[in-house]
Design a protein around this ligand. Structure first.
Ligand code: ATP
Length: 138
């Protein structure tokens, strides 16, 4: 078994899509090991998105992620769980995301794209450590 990390971004919470999105993962057979509604500090979001510092959308991205509560979660699944969750999310630019994916069915913008999911096992480990420093696999 392996784990990955997700954020349901403020647009998902504002639009009442927490249930819709989490149900998709649970129906697929994936399991939440952690799940928490949280107001993020800008400093934590900046650390999380450090790779994008300096890009034109960076400040807007940090403002967006802190404009209201998000859900942070840890998902457990088979060895490929990181890739499974990314596939279920769809393309970053929701307008290009395939139907059947979360973004392809529920969003249409690149910035308000509902969900973050770790892009590799190494990112998942880093992000779980950042958002859930106390977490130990059960
Ligand atoms: N060109 C852009 N304009 C506005 N926002 C963007 C743009 N590119 C990326 N973003 C925002 O930055 C986030 C991180 O970009 P990244 O390339 O890591 O995409 P991602 O891995 O699909 O998304 P995330 O990291 O949120 O899971 C995107 O989810 C999106 O919200």
């Amino acid at each position: 078994m392996a784990t990955t990390f997700i954020i349901l971004k403020p647009d998902a919470v504002e639009r009442g899509l927490i249930g819709e999105i989490t149900t998709r993962f649970e129906r697929r057979g994936l399991r939440f090991l952690a799940f928490e509604l949280r107001q993020l500090e800008a400093s934590l979001v900046q650390q999380h998105y450090a790779e994008h510092r300096g890009k034109p959308f960076y400040d807007d991205l940090v403002a967006f992620l802190t404009r209201g509560p998000v859900v942070v979660g840890i998902i457990e699944g088979p060895a490929q769980v990181v890739e499974m969750v990314r596939t279920m999310m769809g393309a970053t630019d929701s307008a290009k995301a395939a139907p059947g994916t979360i973004r392809g069915d529920l969003a249409m913008l690149v910035d308000e794209n509902l969900i973050h999911g770790s892009d590799s096992p190494a990112s998942a480990e880093r992000e779980i450590g950042l958002f859930f420093p106390e977490f130990r696999p059960v």
